[in-house]
Design a protein around this ligand. Structure first.
Ligand code: G3H
Length: 248
């Protein structure tokens, strides 16, 4: 039985004043069935880890370099995320793929760096609007999944996040049928590659998830939770999403 996961991605938002939001998520995060994760900006990670200490909320990074250390100005390593108190790291978010030209091979290397440092990689995949409209969604998602997921991936060290690029921060959400089609496809693809162990991976949906649409999305087959951007910044919103997931 896969545990559910409500994951927040604060992206490039937040200063230390925002850590109060974590405090306001603690009691909602005390659930039996749902794990809660917030991926903060790197600048906040250590303080966020202190802020959630003793609560079930986990914290993580939004990216890591594939290398362990060295001359990579501005980057952070998986070991640094671990050292700061993180347990997870997002790899291959579409904003990284677009802004920094990250390929599937780079995403796989970053995910391997995560494993080497005992971090769970939250590997993101998803099609653009143009790819969706030209009927290439499953091809794109399949190619990204194959190329970004290392052979060493397991349900314990990896979470897959399906995020259609056109649904991120736009308020546009795919139909429930569209979400179900892709999540079922991801599950089948994982089982083809990893055998029964493919059933252990959690597959999250991401893209304009809000308290108002969370319950219907979480009722879709093979949706094990959400990767939430904007609605993870405020405890009022994210608590609603955690609660909806816990009831699903
Ligand atoms: O990582 C989170 C996703 O990009 C979704 O962002 P959003 O909830 O603001 O649409």
């Amino acid at each position: 039985m896969r545990r559910k996961l409500a994951a927040g991605n604060w992206k490039m938002n937040g200063t230390k004043a925002n850590l109060a939001e974590l405090d306001a998520m603690k009691s909602t995060a005390e659930t039996d069935q749902t794990d809660v994760l917030i991926c903060t900006p790197a600048t906040l990670l250590s303080r966020a880890a202190d802020a959630v200490s003793g609560s079930p909320i986990a914290v993580g990074g939004q990216d890591c370099h594939a290398n362990a250390s060295g001359a990579h100005t501005g980057d952070i390593s998986a070991a640094m995320i671990k050292d700061a108190g993180g347990s997870h790291v997002i790899t291959g978010h579409s904003e990284r793929r677009v802004d920094h030209g990250e390929t599937d091979a780079v995403v796989a290397a970053k995910s391997e760096a995560a494993y080497a440092n005992d971090l769970v990689a939250v590997i993101c995949i998803g099609e653009s609007l143009e790819e969706r409209e030209s009927g290439k969604t499953l091809d794109v998602v399949g190619t990204q999944l194959a190329g970004s997921t290392p052979d060493a991936a397991t349900g314990a060290n990896t979470v897959i996040a399906y995020e259609p690029v056109w649904a991120i921060g736009t308020g546009k959400v795919p139909t429930l049928e569209q979400i179900g089609e892709v999540h079922d496809f991801i599950r089948e693809t994982l089982v083809e590659r990893f055998g029964d162990a493919g059933n252990d991976f959690r597959v999250l949906y991401g893209g304009s998830v809000k308290p108002s649409n969370a319950s219907e999305i979480f009722a879709v087959s093979n949706v094990d939770g959400a990767l939430v951007g904007g609605a993870s910044l405020k405890a009022n919103d994210f608590n609603g999403i955690i609660a909806a997931l816990d009831k699903a």
